[in-house]
Design a protein around this ligand. Structure first.
Ligand code: SF4
Length: 405
C-alpha cells in the first residue's frame, strides 16, 4: 500500500527523559489521547495514562485546571516513572494557565508540552500578557506547545473584528467562511506572536478543531496552505459509538490523504462501560487502514453469505485477531516487523484462495456444498489442506509457527 505524500511541516520534539516523540517533518503521524480523570486523583490519573500509552497513545493530555491539579501533576509524573511508563504528558490549560505555569514550576517541568487555547487566555489588555507568560514558561523549561483553537471557545474579540471587516467587503463571505478565517487567523497569529517572543517555531504545533467533518476539512486545508507548523488533527467532539468512529475516520482520512496532519486524536465520547482506550484503538486503525503506520497484524475476513455453512470462519477470524492483538506487547519486541503481517480468514473458495495469496497466511474454510477441506496458503503458495474438527486449532498453530519463524 502506498501512503500519501505528507505536507512538509516543521518538526517539534516532545520529550520526557530519554523518550523523544517527534511531531511533524519526517516523523510518522502520531497518536495522542486525553484522560477523563480528575488530575488531583494522582493514582487514577496515572493508571489511565498508562492504559492509554499501552494501547498506543504516544502522548497523553491531562487536565490542569486548578492549583490542586497543577500541584498533582509532578506526582502523576513520578507515579508513571515508577511504573516504568515514560509517555510524555501534555497539560491542557484554559483561563488560568498563565498563573498555574508560573506558580507551579514543578508542574511546568513535569509536563512535556503545553496546550494553550488562545480563545481563553484572557481578554483585552490582559490577553497578550497572559499568553506571553505561558510562552515564557515553554521557553524557560524547553517545552513544545500546541496552540489549540476551538470553535466552541473562539477569541470573540477577533471574531467581532473579522465580522466588521467582512461587512465592509463588496461581496461579504458567508458566516461559515468568517468562522473559518477566525479560527485560522487566531492560530497563526498566536504562533507568530509566540515566535516574536522568542519561542522556536519548530516547537509549535497548531490545531483548529470543529465538530463537523466538512468544516474540519475546509479549515485544515486553509490552515495548512498558510503555514508550515506541525498540525494536530481531530474533531473536537466526534460523538459516541459508531457515529463518532465514522465521523472521525471520514474527516481524518480526507485530510491525511491530502498529506495534512502530523498528529491525531479521536475524541470519542465513551459509552457507559466502554474503555477510554477505544479512542486510541480507532486512531491506530485509521492510520493502519490508510497504509500510513502498522500497529498490529491485520486480519482480513469476508463478510460471509449464503455460501457459508456456519459461523466457524467468523469465530476463527475473531479468535486469530484477538490472539494476535494480545501477543503484540511481547511480539513487537521479540519479532520486529510482525505488525505488518497479513492474515486472511475466508468463508469459502470463491474469493478465499485469491485473498489468501495476497496475505502472508490465508485459509478458506469449506463453504456450503464444497468438500470439507480448508486450503491454507503461506507466502502466496498453497502449503497444505486442513480437514476434520481441529481446523481452527491447527490454523492457530500455523500462524504461531509463522510468527516464530
Ligand atoms: Fe461468501 Fe465465499 Fe465471498 Fe465469503 S468468500 S463472502 S463465503 S462467497
Amino acid at each position: 500500500m502506498v501512503a500519501p505524500a505528507a505536507r512538509k511541516s516543521r518538526q517539534a520534539r516532545v520529550v520526557w527523559g530519554d523518550r523523544v516523540v517527534t511531531v511533524g517533518g519526517d516523523a510518522p503521524v502520531r497518536i495522542q489521547s486525553m484522560t477523563n480523570t480528575d488530575t488531583v486523583d494522582v493514582i487514577e490519573t496515572a493508571i489511565q495514562v498508562k492504559e492509554l500509552a499501552q494501547a498506543g497513545s504516544e502522548m497523553v493530555r491531562i487536565t490542569v485546571n486548578t492549583p490542586e491539579a497543577a500541584a498533582a501533576v509532578p506526582y502523576v509524573r513520578e507515579q508513571l516513572d515508577r511504573m516504568g511508563e515514560n509517555v510524555p504528558l501534555v497539560g491542557d490549560f484554559h483561563y488560568n494557565g498563565h498563573r498555574l505555569l508560573t506558580e507551579f514550576p514543578d508542574c511546568a517541568k513535569a509536563l512535556s508540552k503545553y496546550r494553550i487555547n488562545p480563545g481563553n487566555v484572557g481578554k483585552g489588555d490582559k490577553k497578550d500578557k497572559q499568553f506571553g507568560q505561558m510562552i515564557e514558561a515553554a521557553m524557560q523549561y524547553d517545552k513544545a506547545v500546541r496552540i489549540g483553537v476551538n470553535w466552541g471557545s473562539l477569541d470573540q474579540e477577533l471574531l467581532a473584528e473579522l465580522m466588521d471587516e467582512n461587512n465592509r467587503r463588496a461581496v461579504p463571505w458567508d458566516g461559515r467562511q468568517v468562522m473559518y478565517e477566525a479560527l485560522i487567523t487566531s492560530a497563526i497569529s498566536s504562533a507568530q506572536r509566540a515566535e516574536e517572543m522568542g519561542l522556536n517555531g519548530d516547537q509549535i504545533i497548531l490545531s483548529c478543531k470543529v465538530s463537523g467533518v466538512q468544516d474540519l476539512v475546509a479549515v485544515y486545508r486553509g490552515l495548512s496552505a498558510r503555514c508550515d507548523y506541525a498540525l494536530h488533527l481531530g474533531l473536537t467532539e466526534a460523538g459516541m459509538g459508531t457515529k463518532g468512529t465514522v465521523a472521525s475516520a471520514a474527516a481524518l482520512s480526507i485530510l491525511l490523504q491530502d498529506g495534512i496532519g502530523d498528529t491525531i486524536r479521536v475524541s470519542l465520547t465513551p459509552q457507559p462501560g466502554e474503555a477510554r482506550t477505544q479512542e486510541v484503538v480507532v486512531a491506530s486503525e485509521i492510520l493502519q487502514a490508510m497504509g500510513m503506520r502498522s500497529f498490529v497484524p491485520s486480519v482480513t475476513a469476508c463478510p460471509g453469505c449464503g455460501r457459508t455453512t456456519s459461523t466457524t470462519f467468523q469465530e476463527l477470524a475473531r479468535d486469530i485477531d484477538q490472539h494476535l492483538r494480545s501477543q503484540m506487547p511481547v511480539w513487537r519486541v521479540k519479532y520486529p516487523g510482525v505488525e505488518k503481517m497479513k492474515v486472511a480468514v475466508m468463508g469459502c473458495i470463491v474469493n478465499g484462495p485469491g485473498e489468501s495469496k495476497h496475505a502472508d497466511i490465508g485459509i478458506s474454510l469449506p463453504g456450503n456444498g464444497e468438500s470439507p477441506a480448508a486450503p491454507v496458503f503461506i507466502d502466496g503458495e498453497k502449503a497444505m489442506t486442513l480437514r476434520g474438527d481441529r481446523i481452527a486449532q491447527e490454523f492457530h498453530d500455523i500462524v504461531q509457527a509463522y510468527v516464530e519463524r
